[in-house]
Design a protein around this ligand. Structure first.
Ligand code: MG
Length: 160
């Protein structure tokens, strides 16, 4: 088998007094995501897509939320570790696609920065990393601005 596909999903609560970090980019906003690490919901979904493609479980297995080691962790560093696991097993990333679901703030001005940041960490070209954003049309918890969610898929190619 020379191709593997994985998908990932994550959701975090929005709270006051936390920075909003998405795809490693600090986004000015009055609320941020709550979590044990930096709560970068997009990066977490991408990590789960990469792990899922190789049936390696999920990020909770490698970076348990209760572990003080990961308190306030920079999720891009965790993403780099997951990428290392992919490479060690003889796979490379063909492309990633993702979508952030958030009512506020407007994420469009930050999309290119997120793609560049994620591509840099994964040693990919920005056109191998898709990041999109949509609202939830005011429906459900995300629509009530209680949180933000993210979905990602990753396609891996066997090296050699
Ligand atoms: Mg998470």
């Amino acid at each position: 088998m020379t191709l593997r596909i994985g998908n990932g999903y994550d959701i975090h609560r929005l709270v006051a007094g936390r920075p909003l970090i998405l795809g490693g980019v600090n986004i000015p906003y009055e609320f941020g995501l709550e979590g044990h690490s930096d709560a970068d919901v997009l990066t977490h979904a991408i990590m789960d897509a990469l792990l899922g493609a190789l049936s390696l479980g999920d990020i909770g297995l490698y970076f348990p939320p209760g572990d003080p080691q990961w308190a306030g962790a920079d999720s891009l560093k965790l993403l780099a570790q997951v990428h290392g696991m992919v490479q060690e097993r003889g796979w490379r990333i063909s492309n990633i696609d993702s979508v952030i679901v958030a009512e506020q703030p407007k994420l469009k001005p930050h999309i290119q920065a997120m793609r560049s940041r994620l591509a840099e960490v994964l040693t990919l070209a920005p056109d191998q990393v898709g990041v999109k954003a949509t609202t939830n049309e005011a429906l459900d918890a995300v629509g009530r601005q209680e949180g933000m969610a993210a979905y990602a898929v990753a396609l891996l190619v066997k090296v050699g």
